[in-house]
Design a protein around this ligand. Sequence first.
Ligand SMILES: [Zn+2]
Length: 132
Amino acid sequence: MLPKYHILYGAIFGIVIIPFIGILNSTIVFLASFLIDSDHYLRYVCVTRDFSIINSIRYFYDKSKKRLHELYIFHTVEFWLLLLLLGVYSEIFIYILLGILYHMAFDFIDMFKKGYYNVRIYSVLLWMILKI
Ligand SMILES: [Zn+2]
């Protein structure tokens, strides 16, 4: 899903939940709902050693590249569990996790619609096993 849709849907969700968790916490949820995709840039830099944001955008919009089991660190179960654990110490991490899970719902719907079942991998452990 394009970042502009994640920002739009995240803003709507953030506004809806203001009465329940307050404006500061809903802002955290909103920011987490689209900043999670910054791991795409991190992955691009790690894979290509190129720090150009423009090139990374071109890379991800290039449909000719065959993608299989790509790992995006903020899109993994292990990262979500870490946030859950940190949530014991500060509720900020729970709000970040809420924004991420909201984001993931749209990612899953979008990937299901496009039939991209093997493009990403959602576990660091599983990714490591597949690399062996
Ligand atoms: Zn995503």
